[in-house]
Design a protein around this ligand. Structure first.
Ligand code: CU
Length: 120
């Protein structure tokens, strides 16, 4: 199950695996690298965003660039999806490229973390 929006931006990794028979079998790895925009301000935001993303089962790595507002994430699409990852991010108050956090959750962020939101 692959999110159709991801197909153009994701890189598919193909691995060769050696079996004892000596044949090389082409096996598709289900780990994908992708980037999405996540809004936030500071180092506290970075820690919170990365922690929330890494807590999603199937995520292998996550790194948020506070200047560019870009999250680089590596995840196993057999176990999770970009939708689930973005929902984990909005659940702690940060808007993403495709989803918007609840206003009440956003309001609970530290003052320094209240990033400028896109208009509704
Ligand atoms: Cu912050």
């Amino acid at each position: 199950m692959v999110h159709s929006k991801l197909l153009s931006t994701e890189v598919s990794h193909l691995n060769f695996k050696n079996y004892t028979t000596g044949f090389q079998v082409l096996e598709e790895n289900t780990v994908k690298d992708t980037t999405i925009t996540v809004y936030g301000n500071c180092g506290t935001c970075k820690k919170a965003i990365e922690k929330a993303v890494k807590a999603v089962d199937g995520v292998e790595s996550a790194s948020w660039d506070k200047k560019k507002k870009i999250l680089s994430v590596q995840f196993d699409y057999a176990k999770t999806s970009l939708d689930l990852i973005e929902k984990a991010i909005i659940s702690i108050g940060y808007d993403t490229e495709h989803f918007r956090a609840d206003d009440a959750v956003y309001e609970e962020l530290h003052q320094c973390c209240k990033y400028e939101r896109k208009p509704h």
